[in-house]
Design a protein. Structure first.
Length: 332
């Protein structure tokens, strides 16, 4: 079991003097909606790291559906760190020995430095009058959402809908399955990742509602999109906790372990948390969160542990080959 690495106000713990290291490439394999966030984060961290250690780093980024990204690392993509949409995708990498077991204990908050949730993005005026999860099952509603088999956001979306149904009066798994089946029957386009779905909805103009990360929905309503779309917060949604981890086999081979520790620790610093909030992720730091309270409305949330018994159980029940999602898809 790894020891937790705590963030200090005086510096980042566990970082040796790496000034003797030559400049190296460093790869962060991430999921779709973090592209812009990590572009600026890498610039800020590079400045910090150069000042602290004297080392220059050539940061690389890789983005795609979270599940697809995890499989790429398993298949040989040499990531130094992974910053993926959900813990199960990192567990898949740990299961083949590339990441040490107990990775969630290495950084605070179960190695989830920021959170998000699932919301609805509709066209201005909400012409289909979509207010909650049950409205998504109405005849004539066209839904845009990513594929749960390839991305992280769509698994959070699917479980949000299922959890909503469970928490209704007399809710049970039979009623939840029926609601989710009707919802996916209304899906017009099933993209491979969250950013692809945003493109389909916003740029291609397809669909009445996009089921999305909150951060992607906020992105769409900024700038030119503020008069085109609006965000609908459902009565209840899931607490989404994107996770981060060091890819131990890679950093031990390329000598980037101290750099990787510093890189992920910096996410918990006030500077890292400010950037997370800037790019529409909900910060963990209470002071930063209070500063951006008006940006992130309070919403009733449930956790995957409370409702589904954790990601390992949810994955086995709903998303592995032949599980409930595949059954629903074949019935549809």
């Amino acid at each position: 079991m790894k020891k937790i690495i705590f963030v200090s106000l005086l510096g980042l713990v566990g970082l040796g003097n790496t000034s003797s290291y030559a400049a190296k490439e460093f790869l962060n394999v991430s999921y779709d909606p973090t592209r812009e966030f990590y572009q600026e984060y890498n610039q800020n961290f590079a400045t910090y790291w150069k000042k602290r250690t004297g080392q220059e780093v050539d940061f690389k980024q890789s983005h795609g559906g979270s599940g697809k990204q995890a499989r790429a690392v398993v298949d040989g993509l040499q990531a130094d760190v992974v910053t993926l949409a959900l813990a199960n995708d990192i567990d898949e990498i740990a299961n083949v020995g590339l990441i040490e077991k107990g990775w969630q204990k290495e950084f605070p908050n179960n190695s989830a430095p920021y959170t998000s949730t699932i919301v609805f993005l509709v066209r201005k005026g909400n012409p289909k009058n979509i207010k909650d999860w049950n409205d998504l099952t109405k005849t004539g509603v066209e839904i845009i959402t990513p594929n749960p088999k390839t991305g992280g956001a769509p698994r959070w979306i699917y479980l949000s809908a299922w959890g909503y149904a469970l928490k209704q009066p007399n809710g049970n798994d039979v009623k939840a399955r029926e609601l989710v089946k009707k919802l996916y029957k209304n899906v017009k386009v099933l993209d491979s990742g969250a950013r692809g779905s945003l493109t389909t909805f916003a740029e291609r103009g397809i669909g009445d509602v996009l089921l999305s990360w909150e951060n992607e929905a906020l992105l769409a309503t900024q700038g030119l999109g503020k008069d085109k779309y609006e965000i609908i917060y459902p009565s209840i949604s899931i607490l989404a906790e994107p996770s981060v981890a060091i890819v131990d086999k890679t950093v031990d081979k390329d000598g980037n372990r101290n750099l990787a520790k510093g890189y992920l620790n910096y996410l918990y610093s006030p500077q890292g948390q400010e950037l997370a909030a800037k790019y529409n992720f909900r910060p963990r730091n209470t002071q930063v969160a209070a500063k951006y309270a008006s940006k992130f409305p309070k919403i009733k949330l449930f956790t995957i542990d409370d409702v589904f018994g954790g990601w390992a159980k949810a994955q086995k029940t709903h998303f592995v080959n032949g599980a409930i999602y595949d059954q629903i898809s074949s019935e549809k």
